[in-house]
Ligand binder design. Structure first.
Ligand SMILES: C[S@@+](CC[C@H](N)C(=O)[O-])C[C@H]1O[C@@H](n2cnc3c(N)ncnc32)[C@H](O)[C@@H]1O
Length: 125
């Protein structure tokens, strides 16, 4: 399984006992530090945390049975490109699970809020 934008790893850790292996990725090294710590504390050993984006990471095409992208699509510049990349990474018949607010106005509001949240230390740089 692949989870992109895994944040502090909570969902990857919940899914870990039910799958063979998870590649959990995030753009933020800080988020991944926390995620790695949480996974170690939970005794979870089948998650590989990798820093990067769907575009920057070298991931093998058609290599995942499932891809998770939770609360992340609204933060991406090009959602269509991200979904196309997910499709490329999934094995035929694989599933993409996403839960994301994608209403245009909400998306715009979120994007405007990100620099403010980063400045205040509530979002990763
Ligand atoms: C709102 S959090 C959601 C975290 C987690 N998926 C959850 O539902 O709890 C969004 C996460 O996406 C990461 N992120 C933002 N842009 C990204 C990108 N282009 N590629 C990968 N991760 C990204 C952020 O660092 C943050 O950890």
């Amino acid at each position: 399984m692949l989870e992109f934008g895994c944040g502090t790893g909570s969902t990857a850790i919940i899914h870990a006992p039910h799958v063979k292996h998870i590649v959990a990725t995030d753009i933020s090294e800080k988020m991944l530090d926390i995620a790695g710590r949480k996974a170690r504390d939970a005794g979870v050993e089948n998650i590989s945390f990798r820093q990067g984006t769907l575009e920057s990471l070298e991931l093998e095409a058609e290599s995942f049975d499932a891809v998770l992208g939770l609360n992340i699509l609204h933060l991406l510049e090009d959602v269509e490109a991200a979904i196309a990349r997910v499709y490329e990474l999934l094995k035929p018949g694989g599933i993409f699970v996403s839960s994301t607010v994608l209403i245009a106005e909400v998306k715009l509001r979120w994007r405007l809020l990100i620099p403010v949240m980063q400045f205040l230390g509530f979002a990763p740089m």
